[in-house]
Design a protein. Structure first.
Length: 392
């Protein structure tokens, strides 16, 4: 009797295993079919991922033709100015592709494309790869530097002791972002039209926004661009107030003239360190990115205008507060760890404050909307108040 029960149990287990395997096979086949339907988009994903992967390879092994990229370390570690946002760009492209998979499948069925148009789409998608190869192996690097020399070479030499870093580091980096932006925009427009812009709006906003910000700061470095530099002073003042609350001794000053920037002088390891706060350091560009991304996100949402306004205001206050916290964190690192550690924080970790905040805030909004947390909280509060009234 015991043996019969064991045999039955083994058969049931075997049946469950086989059924599970069959289900997995069916799921794999379904996913394969969906990939076949979206072959064009998968190919486009591969093109952009391959371009970033090629840059990672060249950067990691220090075999780029522009010497400064090899001398300054791994540029994919840097957020200001660096290539880390290219990884965010690829990640967002993949994420929005998965979110809009059904839309892409529908588009594949309804949109007819000629062979010429498909060829044009792929040519636009491989522009970054062509550009990277040309810069590193076909001599385009010198042309890139010559363009920067013609545009702003004299200005950089006259106004910055670090003009070589701007000309041979920041400027080529800006062109990389612009190439990715133009390539991505042209590819999406040709492949999907206006629907593509809506489907991949956040990805486009990130790469175009960072490219524009890097371009402005490269052409007008050290707080020279007044429309954005005006916003740096209140942020620096708030950071100074927080430093005072925390017990740090410092001097807050403001330099006038062409490079009018707030300056905080603080005692770090027995010596007085002066730090100028330009608009990128104050996180003004993160407010711009936040506004751009959140407005594009709201376009896809059907929530009420009042709720969108509340979300926007709360998020803007949060973004501004994170910028203040970033400046304060920089000075805490400067005082306790020294200039080298503070520079590392500035170049690598500082920008992540704003980026992580923006994506976490978007995730929070998504959770609130999906699980109807506002309605549930309101309902619970009303129920509690009614119970209190009934007892009174």
């Amino acid at each position: 009797m015991g043996n019969s029960i064991n045999i039955i149990q083994n058969l049931l287990c075997l049946r469950a295993i086989i059924t599970g395997k069959i289900k997995k096979v069916v799921l794999i086949q379904l996913n394969y079919e969906r990939l076949k339907k979206s072959w064009l988009h998968v190919s486009l994903l591969v093109c952009f991922i391959a371009a970033v992967a090629l840059l990672v390879f060249l950067d990691y092994f220090n075999i780029e033709s522009i010497t400064l990229f090899n001398e300054r370390g791994f540029y994919f570690d840097y957020t200001w100015k660096g290539r880390l946002f290219l990884l965010f760009f690829v990640w967002l492209f993949v994420l929005e592709s998965l979110v809009n998979l059904k839309l892409l499948e529908k588009d594949q069925k309804t949109r007819s494309r000629s062979h010429f148009k498909v060829l044009a789409i792929f040519l636009c998608a491989i522009i970054p790869i062509i550009y990277i190869f040309s810069v590193n192996f076909l001599g385009l690097d010198q042309t890139v530097i010559n363009i920067g020399e013609v545009l702003r070479g004299d200005y950089w030499r006259a106004h910055s002791p670090y003009w070589e870093l701007i000309l041979e580091g920041d400027w080529p980096l800006v062109l990389e972002y612009l190439v990715f932006t133009i390539s991505f925009l042209a590819t999406i427009l040709l492949a999907y039209g206006k629907a593509g812009l809506k489907a991949f709006s956040i990805t486009l906003a990130l790469i175009a926004g960072m490219g524009t910000i890097y371009l402005i700061d490269t052409l007008y470095p050290y707080g020279v661009f007044k429309p954005l530099q005006m916003l740096a002073l209140p942020t620096a003042a708030c950071a100074a107030a927080l430093l005072e609350i925390m017990g740090y001794n410092f001097i807050l000053a403001f330099s006038t003239g062409l490079e009018s920037t707030p300056i905080i002088r603080i005692n770090a390891n027995g010596s007085l360190s002066s730090v100028s706060i330009a608009w990128p350091c104050a996180g003004v560009h993160s407010l711009f990115l936040y506004t751009l991304i959140i407005l594009l996100l709201f376009r896809k949402s059907s929530m009420s205008s009042f709720r969108k306004l509340m979300y926007f205001i709360i998020g803007a206050i949060g973004t501004y507060s994170v910028n203040v916290l970033r400046i304060v964190s920089y000075f805490i690192v400067l005082v306790n760890e020294g200039k080298s550690a503070a520079q590392t924080f500035h170049d690598i970790y500082g920008e992540l404050y704003s980026v992580l905040w923006i994506f976490l805030y978007i995730l929070l909004i998504t959770c609130i909307q999906k699980f109807r947390l506002v309605e549930r909280t309101t309902h619970t509060l009303r129920y509690f108040l009614e119970r209190v009234k009934s007892k009174v």
